[in-house]
Ligand binder design. Structure first.
Ligand code: NAD
Ligand code: ZN
Length: 350
């Protein structure tokens, strides 16, 4: 089969690799019908994620059709159309039973990023992928939900919702700021509304992204390059600061920005993957009683979010701005990496 293979920092190719095979009775093999590219793939390509080594097939998002199931797979069958969760999880170990799928104690590989496709196991930017613990790691797609919608439920929507909105403890009436209006930030904006946020301030360098943010539910926008960006945010909260600041970029400045605009007693939810150390000024923050949360997505809300997509309460398909075929993979990466020029949100490959 063909797959998008990591060749070291800055290097990737769409090339021939062996087909995946069942390695455990709980595995399934899925033909990838649709996949996409994440900000995290760009971090990997820069060399920011050294655990990913040369030869790895990248990608952790996808919709596909099951072509083979192991003997212990009980809920799925060949021909089922499924969402491939970005994280594989057994569903019943002590961590999975508390919803912490990102730290599954199953017998395959390490926890944490070891459980995300395209890191320590081969990913979904390929014609076929092996999915461990298929019963828990795959979700059947109902009729009427498109591939474009389904592929946003592998990672982007659960990440914005779980690590941004849920970890940030958004509640009715809150003023929420989302720093970074890329696909993950937009997912946080779209799902903060589900918890009744009174206003959502989107903060980004890119005016196009801010315009997109409004269409996903942002009530106000602030250009983070403006000298008075902080004053603008504070003015929108009558000087109090926001209840919840969600960081969805992954650079030290934006983490600091989040801590600078949150009100005393408020929550900073860091979603971004940081390749460089951040400054954490506990000497200033402790006296403000600020809660700081962070983490790897668990994708334990995919089924719930899928219901909202199916009932048209969540317009997942709006994130799909560009479409490519599998043999245009390198071009798709280029379009995604130059999002400021191309205005791409998610590039969909099918
Ligand atoms: P993206 O690169 O498409 O979007 C990032 C956005 O941040 C862009 O719109 C960019 O213009 C904006 N930005 C850059 N510098 C800024 C600044 N100084 N101020 C304000 N905005 C700025 O990325 P994405 O796909 O939306 O992902 C966002 C982050 O979430 C990445 O770090 C990604 O790795 C991370 N992520 C985390 C998890 C998790 O499990 N925690 C899962 C998926 C992705
Ligand atoms: Zn588990």
């Amino acid at each position: 089969m063909k797959a998008l293979v990591y060749g070291g920092p800055g290097l990737k190719s769409w090339t021939d690799v062996p087909d995946p095979t069942l390695q455990s009775p709980t595995d399934a093999i899925v033909r990838v019908d649709t996949t996409t590219i994440c900000g995290t793939d760009l971090h990997i390509l820069k060399g920011d994620v050294p655990a990913v080594t040369v030869g790895r097939i990248l990608g952790h998002e996808g919709v596909g059709t099951i072509t083979e199931v192991g003997s212990a797979v009980s809920n799925l069958t060949v021909g089922d159309r499924v969402i491939i969760s970005c994280i594989k999880s057994c569903g019943h170990c002590s961590n999975c039973s508390t919803g912490l799928y990102s730290h599954c104690l199953g017998d395959e590989g390490a926890s944490g990023i070891g459980w995300v496709f395209g890191h320590l196991i081969d990913g979904t930017q390929a014609e076929f992928v092996r999915v461990p613990y298929a019963d828990n790691s795959l979700h059947k797609l109902p009729e009427g939900v498109s591939d474009d919608q389904g592929v946003m439920l592998s990672d982007i929507l659960p990440t914005g919702f779980e690590i941004g909105v849920q970890y940030g403890r958004v509640k009715p009436g809150d003023v929420v700021a989302v720093i970074g209006a890329g696909p993950v930030g937009l997912a946080a904006i779209a799902t903060a509304g589900l918890y009744g946020a009174a206003s959502i301030i989107a903060i980004d360098l890119d005016e196009n992204r801010l315009e997109q943010a409004r269409s996903f539910g942002a009530t106000d926008t602030v250009v983070s390059g403006a000298a008075d960006w902080k004053e603008q945010v504070l003015a929108l909260t009558d000087g109090a600061g926001v209840d919840v600041a969600i960081e969805a970029v992954g650079i030290p400045q934006t983490f600091t920005m989040a801590t600078e605009i949150v009100r005393p007693g408020g929550n900073v939810a860091n979603v971004g993957v940081h390749g460089k150390p951040v400054d954490l000024h506990l000497e200033n923050l402790w006296i403000q009683n600020i809660n700081i949360s962070m983490g790897l997505v668990n994708a334990n809300t995919t089924k719930m979010l899928l219901k909202l997509v199916a009932s048209k309460k969540l317009a997942a398909e709006k994130l799909a701005t560009h479409h490519f075929s599998f043999d245009q993979f390198v071009e798709a990466y280029d379009t995604f990496a130059r999002a400021a020029e191309t205005k791409a949100l998610k590039v969909v490959i099918s």
